[in-house]
Design a protein around this ligand. Structure first.
Ligand code: PLP
Length: 374
């Protein structure tokens, strides 16, 4: 769209040109099935192995710890449901009350099968603390699942400490890192993560592809039975084009992680300074340690819905909550979980800037907000 300003990068992001270009051969001439033994399958097989290696390096994993999936939702469902069913004796699970619905609804599904799930509450800053987790964890907890960074607030979680609490009780630790991968440094070894979910379209890769990191030595039962693809864990002919696109986009983002961080922090400051200079009353949610570019802003006495639609008419895309909640005018479960005052919650918008946004665009977003709010 001409003149359109996109500021909803936490919902999805623009496909990088380098990823698009890298995908093309696999969508045209190189259409071979990577599982076949003949020479026409050699190139896709090699591309698959290289993509797995590239992705593994980006999070300090081993290639055989990366399993390709259709994205964040599938990865989250897999870990939660399979872990619950894996052990009839030890089956309790803990998650947080402000997870994405891919995790929350998976937990509700296992609760319907009478698997016990406990929900840890985040602080008002949007952080799940190790202390809070300790109050719920027992030696029958099998899995703890806490997101790496919240998709509405951007708040980054103390993953290493949470992992250590889980492991001290013999539980596995899963993190939905859909918002974090490609945006902040992640070292699965150092953090001691057991399972990590990721999705390519959140880091300028294609939609409908993602991966699940499974630490070596953990026996997670298959998501889909069939062929021997993905180490026999997720059967189905590999989507080489999307996998290559994902690896290319992730490498590009990880190589520029510092540069993007500096750019996005500068853009955040620009927006905040402009709102302050215009005397706009607002608060920022999510504490002091947030994802670069993701801002949850509350305007007291205003309606987030109205702000979103007025900005939309001016050609600017922002969000009131998570993408999945965009049809829902109720206060999001995330804002409820951090106990945000109702008036502030109703006046909350999420502006998620990406590496492609410019200072000029941010000035236009600020001007639009000022116009709508004043
Ligand atoms: N988890 C989080 C935190 C998300 O933000 C999203 C997408 O909005 C998902 C999971 C779902 O990912 P996907 O779109 O790849 O299914």
């Amino acid at each position: 769209m001409d003149g359109h300003i996109y500021a909803d990068n936490a919902a999805t992001s623009r496909l990088d040109k380098c990823a698009f270009d890298a995908m093309l051969p696999w969508l045209s001439g190189e259409y071979g099935n990577a599982s076949q033994p003949y020479s026409f399958a050699r190139k896709p097989k090699k591309a698959l192995a290289e993509a797995r290696e590239t992705i593994a390096k980006c999070i300090n994993a081993q290639p055989d710890e990366i399993i390709f999936t259709s994205g964040g939702t599938e990865s989250d469902n897999w870990v939660i449901k399979e872990s619950a069913l894996a052990d009839l004796e030890r089956r309790a699970m803990i998650t947080s009350s402000f997870e994405h619905h891919a995790v929350l609804h998976s937990c509700m599904a296992i609760e319907r099968l009478e698997y016990p799930v406990a929900y840890v509450s985040p602080t008002m800053e949007g952080v799940v603390t190790a202390e809070a987790l300790k109050t719920l964890i027992t030696d029958s907890t099998r899995l703890v699942s806490v997101m790496f960074a919240n998709n509405e607030l951007g708040s980054i979680q103390p993953i290493k400490e949470l992992c250590q609490v889980a492991h001290a009780h013999g539980a596995y630790f899963h993190t939905d890192a859909v918002q974090a991968v490609g945006h902040i440094d992640i070292d699965v070894r150092d953090l001691e993560i057991d399972f990590l979910s990721s999705s390519a379209h959140k880091f300028n890769g294609p939609k409908g592809i993602g991966f699940l990191y499974v630490r070596k030595g953990i026996n997670l039962s298959p998501y889909a039975d069939g062929g021997a693809q993905e180490f026999g864990k997720r059967a189905g002919t590999e989507n080489i084009a999307s996998i290559v696109g994902m690896a290319t986009a992730l490498k590009a983002n990880c190589d520029a992680i510092r540069e993007n961080d500096v750019h996005l922090r500068m853009l955040e400051r620009e927006l905040i300074d402009r709102l302050n200079a215009a005397g706009i009353l607002f608060t920022r949610n999510g504490g002091s340690n947030t994802l670069p570019g993701l801002m949850s802003l509350s305007f007291p006495g205003k309606s987030g819905e109205v702000i979103l639609h007025r900005l939309d008419l001016m050609g600017i895309s922002i969000s009131t909550g998570s993408a999945c909640d965009s049809k829902n005018t109720e206060i999001s479960h995330v804002l409820k979980a951090i106990k945000l005052d109702e008036e502030l919650a109703l006046g909350t918008v999420r502006i998620s800037l990406g590496k492609n946004n410019t200072q000029e665009e941010v000035a236009q977003i600020a001007n639009a907000l000022i116009k709508v709010i004043k």
